[in-house]
Design a protein around this ligand. Sequence first.
Ligand SMILES: Nc1ncnc2c1ncn2[C@@H]1O[C@H](COP(=O)(O)OP(=O)(O)OP(=O)(O)O)[C@@H](O)[C@H]1O
Length: 431
Amino acid sequence: MSENSKDTAVTTADTAADGDVLLKVTGLQKHFPIKKGLLQRQVGAVHAVDGIDFEVRRGETLGVVGESGCGKSTMGRLITRLLEPTGGKVEFEGKDITHLGVSGMRPMRRDVQMIFQDPYSSLNPRHTIGTIVGAPFRLQGVTPEGGIKKEVQRLLSVVGLNPEHYNRYPHEFSGGQRQRIGIARALALSPKLVVADEPVSALDVSIQAQVVNLLDDLQQELGLTYVIIAHDLSVVRHVSDRIAVMYLGKIVELADRDLLYKSPMHPYTKALMSAVPIPDPRRKSEKSERILLKGDVPSPISPPSGCRFHTRCWKATEICKTTEPPLLELRPGQRVACHHPENFEDQQPQDTVLLSAAKEAAELVSEEVLAESAETSAAVAKAVEEGELAVEEPAAEEPAEDDAPSAEEPAEASEESGEPEAPTEAPSKKK
Ligand SMILES: Nc1ncnc2c1ncn2[C@@H]1O[C@H](COP(=O)(O)OP(=O)(O)OP(=O)(O)O)[C@@H](O)[C@H]1O
């Protein structure tokens, strides 16, 4: 790292006032043991989550994105304590909950809830929705004012379902409606934090925007804090305040939503963003420089040395192979773990010889992208030289407002019978 950027880099701990922080995660790890033979000896481990740090502030939505298998769901289950971490620390409202047992977690279960991806398998088909949504009250031994039935019916109407349908079974509902039932169940005990694991990816595109809008409306009404996990940047784009990008068990970039979209710093973020479809055909030709990533995500059983992305990165040099880059706040509100970031001064300018894997990867990246990358890095390096350390206006092209992917297109009339009335406009933009 150069001297200049060292001065500007702030460590991750200093960024949010402690009072604002609802959840804080430090060095969080989950290694699933791989056992073999009669004696079930451990022969290795899946490094699903491998040392991540972040915090979630009260009232915000943190989006978490990354390719399949990068550890997003495991991270979600660790912070809701459905899984026991292998290492690191999870603090909720300043309290260390990392290793709380079942009884210790019981009061916490009211405050932290999870919404699951598949509304078909997450609801017990033999129970009525009244029983399903009322279960958290029974489990916690809580009797709401007016009784459980009345409260459940109120919750059903809050999520846009007919309270009269209290006695119906899950199979009588469409996918979108089932996800609303899951949301009603998650909200029953007025949680402070809701972790939604791919809440809309199992739904029809036309229904996705309705459910995302519902989550957004509920957040504003009830002051909820969300962690929304998605593999698709288009889902989190419009609802997140900040976005964490995960790759092979690590957070490679964590930034305010606008900064991330205007000038992504990690090459992996840039590649993920270039994969988001652009629905407007007129704009399609303008931004056709897709970045194709070479190969699959490497195995989390033996992740690559140094920067884990180096085997697929078109900028990788020797240092990327040998030294893991720390997650540093290179620009206020934007942390990145990269030796050769995009849209910022090169952190290892002396290390210029590309790895042969990078040369191969570069063949999949269009000339335009490579030229733009070199240009923006040079521009930032010059600005830094001239003493303008904080980069106000990123040089990268700013995505247009109407650059919305198809999932955010106005929802068409529901194909699914009986879908309740719901806002049909694209998910509202924050800030
Ligand atoms: N219980 C488990 N035992 C062993 N390995 C597991 C277990 N759960 C997850 N893994 C592995 O951990 C890695 C991360 O999985 P995880 O489901 O967290 O990723 P993800 O990013 O959520 O992917 P997806 O979007 O496909 O759900 C994967 O390689 C997965 O196979």
